[in-house]
Design a binder for this molecule. Structure first.
Ligand code: CA
Length: 492
């Protein structure tokens, strides 16, 4: 696996990170004492490489705990102390050694016919697949401007093992068993895992049935993978998070420089000016692991922490429900996608299931059939709870915005996550009026061009389903139906 051969055999070198971790965690999160976490001794967790690529011991980690009670005076003191802790974070980040300049990515250029010459974005996706996660993965694979480097899995919509299974099965469905898939932490940092079978189905992919994945699971621990690849390719990688931020928080705790090692971070999570979808004011990904979200947001806060690679702000872009609930996938969208793929909306190839006879010729388009079966569950859920027959596709919009930032308009604001609320734990508290007087730490998406996004989604995923070069011009839906004897997708 990448990385193992690059780790030198020099004597261990310990990253002096406790000040950072205490600054982030003990004061803000009310942690009584640091204790090593079992994840740190996970047998699948390879030692981390430092920026000069020496083997290093893992820094200590603890499970943060929320305050026993919500005392406003204690909270205020805690917040002020936390801000001082941020300064400690910034000091350590500035003192960190520079990245090796000789480890940058070679320019990655699309080799697809119509996309030839397109600069591709090297990307790691952290997900909890999940119906909309699976659509985001298909979109990534279908995009000629995306170089999907790896996928890391965490618990959320379903447990982490099922997430890893779903992720690999979807990648195989899309003909990309070569993408590295690593599992990360299997529970939130401080809370009991809650999953959402009512939204995504018992296995996370609605009514869809996919063959068991054959591609191997990476031996790397998800947060290690993120850190190692960011160090190996400083300033090059885009990290897209579509799940609770558990893995990313662990990665930040292990490498406080991570915000500046990554080219961009795009987060699907939070609800900044709109209602919640889990509690009245909270969004799912943040609610599942609010401590992790706070650690990640805080990593971008504070003096000296706001400049990323190439002199740009290192702030993450966050797409909350404010914009992602404008991305309503409707049956007519699926009908257009299926037409581009040359099949019926349920994935049946035109001419009907009986057209193929008994010669073993495919009768369905597997990608469209998957989408139809997964989305039928998702649409039924939204019909019950959100009063429209369709589906919010939060995760694909976030991934699309990572590839094309012009799809969203953002505002730079200061955001903290409520950790000790009686009703509001997990709320992304946003200082729209700058009353805190702090530097912004998040670029929150306030507008999204969802029509342009849907055109792109239909065109790209439709082309992928049709087995065409994703960069090729879209198929004319008025064209004669495809030959049902032709395989819908060459999975060889
Ligand atoms: Ca997700």
């Amino acid at each position: 696996m990448p990385g193992a051969a690059d780790v030198a055999d020099e004597a261990p070198e310990v990253i002096e990170a406790p000040e950072v971790i205490e600054g982030v965690g003990t004061r803000r999160l009310g942690v009584a004492a640091w204790v090593p976490h079992p994840a740190m001794t996970n047998s699948t967790s390879a030692p981390l490489a430092t920026r000069d690529n020496k083997r290093t011991a893992l820094p200590p980690f603890s499970i943060p705990r929320a305050p026993a009670q919500d005392d406003p005076a204690q909270r205020l003191q805690s917040t002020q102390s936390a801000r001082r802790g941020v300064s400690a974070t910034a000091r350590v980040m500035r003192a960190a050694p520079a990245c090796r300049p000789d480890m940058a990515y070679d320019p990655v250029v699309s080799e697809s016919a119509a996309g030839r010459g397109t600069q591709r974005t090297p990307m790691i996706v952290d997900c909890d697949t999940g119906i909309d996660d699976s659509l985001a993965l298909l979109y990534a694979i279908a995009s000629p401007d995306c170089d999907l480097v790896a996928v890391t899995c965490t618990a959320g919509n379903v447990d982490a093992r099922q997430v890893a299974e779903n992720t690999r099965a979807v990648l195989e469905l899309a003909g990309r068993p070569d993408v590295e898939v690593a599992i990360g932490r299997e529970t939130p940092l401080a809370r009991k895992l809650v999953t959402t079978p009512e939204t995504h189905g018992p296995r996370g992919i609605g009514y869809a049935e996919l063959p068991l994945a054959r591609m191997p699971l990476s031996p790397r621990f998800g947060p290690d993978l993120i850190v190692e690849e960011a160090r190996r390719h400083p300033g090059e990688l885009t990290l897209v998070t579509l799940a609770p931020l558990t893995n990313v928080a662990l990665a930040v705790l292990r490498e406080p420089e991570l915000p500046r090692l990554l080219r961009r971070v795009v987060i699907m999570g939070g609800s900044y000016r709109s209602a919640g979808n889990t509690a009245p004011t909270t969004e799912w990904n943040v609610t599942v692991d609010p401590e992790a979200a706070e650690i990640v947001f805080e990593a971008f806060a504070g003096e000296g922490a706001d400049l990323g690679p190439n002199g740009r702000p290192a702030r993450p872009t966050a797409l909350g429900l404010d914009v992602t609930e404008r991305a309503k996938l409707l049956p007519e969208h699926m009908a257009r996608l299926a037409a581009l793929a040359g099949c019926e909306p349920d994935g049946s190839l035109r001419g009907g299931p009986g057209a193929s006879g008994s010669s073993g010729v495919p009768t369905v388009n597997p990608i469209v059939r998957y989408l139809a079966d997964a989305l039928r569950f998702y649409m039924e859920f939204h019909s019950r709870y959100d009063h429209f027959y369709g589906a919010f596709i939060h995760d694909p919009l976030a991934l699309a915005a990572a590839l094309d930032p012009t799809l969203v308009r953002t505002e730079a604001v200061s955001v903290e996550v409520e950790l000790g609320g009686r009703l509001t734990t997990g709320e992304t508290v946003t200082d729209w009026r700058r009353v805190w007087g702090r530097p912004p730490n998040v670029d929150v998406a306030v507008e999204a061009e969802v029509d342009r996004f849907f055109e792109r989604f239909i065109e790209r995923v439709g082309a992928l389903a049709a087995g065409r070069d994703p960069g090729a011009p879209p198929r004319d839906p008025r064209a004669p139906p495809r030959d049902p004897r032709a395989p819908p997708r060459d999975l060889a």
